[in-house]
Design a binder for this molecule. Sequence first.
Ligand code: ADP
Ligand code: UVW
Ligand code: MG
Length: 397
Amino acid sequence: MSDILTLNSGSSSLKFALYPLDDARDLGALTPRYRGQFAGLGTATPGFQLHDAQGRPLDADPGPLPERLDHRDATTRLLAWIDAMPDLELAVVGHRVVHGGQRYHRPVVLTPAIVEELEALNSLAPLHQHFCLAPVARLAERHPELPQVACFDTAFHATQPDVARHFALPREFTARGLIRYGFHGLSYDYLTQVLPQHLGDAPRARVIVAHLGNGASLCAIHDGRSIASTMGFTAIEGLPMGTRSGSLDPGLVLHLIHEEGMSVEAVGDLLYKRSGLLGVSGISSDMRDLLASPAPEAREAIDLYTYRAVREIGSLAAALGGLDQLVFTAGIGEHAAPVREAICRGCEWLGLTLDDVANRRHARCISAAGSRVGAWVIPTDEERMIAWYSAGVIAEK
Ligand SMILES: Nc1ncnc2c1ncn2[C@@H]1O[C@H](COP(=O)(O)OP(=O)(O)O)[C@@H](O)[C@H]1O
Ligand SMILES: CC(=O)OP(=O)(O)O
Ligand SMILES: [Mg+2]
């Protein structure tokens, strides 16, 4: 049997899965033989989980985890596990690559030249791009003939109209590609594909998906196409995240540099690694810790997070001309009922009535009967999307 390996480097995780290539013609039929993740990367609580095809947890020893696990170490442990698996026969590797820049709007077979071109975008996604690409060379050393495919987070948003993508900057900046790209596209793409099977006959022309993980963004999807999103040129715009600030007054950045004498590197470190939930709470970037904490600072961080999400949902609803469905996904979206509750309460004016009981038990549909806007919890599956695209690309070769 030959396998598709998928790798998804998130800002706090390295997720992976192995799928039989034979199943890959149909997105719905793709069932992983194994799936797992190194989670809590860069935090005080790293972890490792592995599941079999039936979703049962498997005992696999990734070696003793250090106090803080980083992406490189997680990749080394994963590659060692793959090398040691006797029944794997890799046919293709699919990588999530966060930034495709101006050029890549569809999956592509990686060559050293394309990897170099994509590495040039590292500074636009410093928590992701390099970590997404680093395994490519390491796998090529072991398996020089193995095709490796990049699937881009930005690609799904290529359908956005110019008015959503352009900044109000002089035209020559826009022409150079200084525009809003949007991210989490594999997740939005997947949800768009599976939405019909969950929603049945419910209207779904105007949908907002809230991808709330360690990185967080919202996407406005009109008739299945992305028309606007909260993330822009980089994966820092929009909502506050685990450690990222989200949108700021750009004048504040100038102030930090000119008046407070901060270096450009120090400002980057502040905005990417020390802000968001971590910065506001002073406690943790992990929503679980904040929900469990009695500290008022934890409450303030959660309130700021949900307040910003509600405001941005209002903005995207305006772009869509109304709202039919709101979908929650990713680590926080799938698991944090109090966060969903606060966001849904803030959307009552849009016609959304929450079903508290359904929300607390993480039901698929969490809006009350009769709610004009539907609210849903649907797990994302970027790995499945990557596997499907990667198999498609090598079938065309
Ligand atoms: N049960 C839970 N309750 C609240 N938050 C959770 C829960 N499980 C995971 N999370 C949140 O989800 C985040 C990870 O989300 P995920 O989408 O896997 O991240 P990444 O951005 O690395 O892909 C964690 O940092 C944590 O804040
Ligand atoms: C783009 C991004 O922030 O991704 P993640 O949430 O996986 O870190
Ligand atoms: Mg993620």
